[in-house]
Design a protein around this ligand. Structure first.
Ligand SMILES: *Cc1c(COP(=O)(O)O)cnc(C)c1O
Length: 453
């Protein structure tokens, strides 16, 4: 096969994989997972034909995938890929652009600029904020934290990039009890300490209680979230941002998926006050439905982000326009803006609003169906997340395992306020009403069996 045939063959295999995804089990079969052992060969001594390599990848690899690209994967918060974004990803793979500098890829830099502007607009973030593309919300959180760290320490006359944190003036870091684990990790990486934080108690939905908020006597770093990973709940941003402003504090928002609620007019009320924060971390690979991986960071104080992350070397001649790598932790990098541009261009403002609202409605339908069958829904379903419990911990765990084995859909486990629960996250553009009814029937059937009724 020449290269043309090989690429056509790859596209055919990809299309065929997606065509059949609705009919297959969401979790791969045990046999398919066991079959992956066929990849464990000794290092090949000589070359193989590229068509044979692709054939093995498809025949052995495709059955070993989780059907995340279908409409019935409800684990974690995983989106699918809207067709335009997937197709753009394929073309961009052929381009093989390095998005570090504009001179390396004018198209990557241009599409990043456009996509960042569109996201700012969609999420209601300040027009003056700087943005950057990263791998996901974990790194977006990290990116925002180093900008915050820069600004808070610069105010005390400390150059943290030059001197590090050794001997630096201390500042308070405030999080909610329900802070996402990835933000704690980002704090560990940024030298702020995973545990050296003031923790604000949260309510039954996981929202920070503003009446338990510490008195701010000096500029602090306050981390709030738009969209709790279990309940989907939003912290009271308006009150917190107002208090922060008086003390010169920095408010960072972890809005990995929740920030996208801003796109749907019916959900936009949840976003009140979030535009008053100082930095925002979000994912495009969750609710925007672009291929992995893609996260985005925004920082109101452009200089703080640039000062924290720019890199100079004689051979990296600065251009007159924005060079992507000066705003992000990485240097060489794939052109993530391409798929984001394609997704937003293909959906438009109304298409995106419809997608966000539709997934929320599906979550609502799951909650109603589960409640009607006598199961306990633990959260207020404000966006696309549902937490459900089937009797006691052991039964709930048994139901989760049986749902995953059944293969109609896939839901994961969590612990909410000391109780085992099943999470349903409806994040894929592809999920339709039939997928929801089919999955709901499967969950109820499995639960009945596990509860012996
Ligand atoms: C998913 C998620 C993260 C981490 O995102 P990655 O893209 O996996 O790095 C952080 N915070 C929240 C609230 C999330 O839902």
């Amino acid at each position: 096969m020449d290269r043309d045939e090989l690429l056509t063959n790859a596209a055919e295999r990809a299309a065929s994989y997606l065509r059949r995804i609705r009919q297959r089990s969401v979790a791969p079969s045990d046999a398919a997972v066991a079959g992956l052992q066929r990849f464990s060969e000794v290092l090949p001594e000589g070359p193989s034909d590229a068509a044979e390599v692709l054939k093995q990848l498809d025949e052995v690899g495709s059955p070993g995938t989780v059907a995340n690209a279908g409409g019935r994967f409800f684990g974690f918060v995983n989106g699918g890929s809207v067709p335009a974004a997937l197709a753009a990803n394929v073309l961009a793979a052929a381009w093989d652009q390095n998005a570090a500098l504009r001179v390396m890829s004018p198209v990557a830099a241009t599409l990043e600029d456009v996509a960042l502007g569109w996201i700012r607009d969609l999420l209601g973030l300040p027009a003056e904020s700087a943005g950057s593309f990263v791998t996901g919300a974990t790194m977006a959180n990290m990116t925002c934290l180093v900008a915050a760290r820069h600004a808070l320490l610069a105010r005390s006359g400390w150059d943290v990039e030059a001197q590090g944190l050794f001997g630096a003036p201390a500042f308070q870091v405030i999080v909610g009890e329900e802070v996402h684990a990835s933000l704690r990790k980002a704090m560990a990486m940024a030298g702020l300490g995973r545990d050296r934080v003031t923790t604000v108690p949260t309510d039954s939905q996981g929202r920070m209680q503003s009446d338990s908020f510490p008195n701010l006597t000096a500029p602090a770093l306050i981390c709030i979230q738009a969209g709790n990973v279990n309940t989907g709940a939003f912290d009271p941003a308006r009150e917190i941002c107002a208090a922060a402003r008086e003390s010169g504090s920095w408010v960072h928002v972890d809005g990995a998926f929740g920030l996208w609620a801003a796109c749907a007019p019916e959900r936009a009320h949840l976003m009140q006050g979030y535009g008053d924060a100082d930095s925002w971390a979000t994912d495009a690979h969750k609710w925007l439905n672009v291929p992995y991986d893609c996260g985005v960071a925004f920082v109101r104080n452009r200089a703080a982000l640039y000062d924290a992350l720019n890199l100079q070397a004689a051979y990296l001649t600065p251009g007159a326009l924005r060079d992507p790598m000066q705003w992000t932790p990485e240097s060489s990098r794939r052109a993530r803006g391409v798929e984001v541009w394609a997704a937003i261009k293909s959906l438009g403002r109304t298409g995106l609003a419809e997608m966000v609202e539709r997934t929320c409605k599906h979550a609502q339908r799951f909650a109603e169906g589960l409640h009607a069958a006598g199961h306990t829904v633990l959260n207020d379903v404000v966006i696309n997340q549902v937490l459900v419990r089937f009797g006691d911990d052991a039964t709930t765990q048994a139901v989760i395992e049986a749902v995953q084995r059944d293969g109609t859909c896939w839901c994961g486990a969590t612990v909410w306020h000391g109780q085992k629960a099943m999470r349903i996250s409806v994040s894929s553009w592809l999920t339709d009403e039939e997928d929801v009814e089919w999955s709901l029937d499967a969950i109820l059937r499995v639960a009945k069996h596990c509860q012996g009724r």
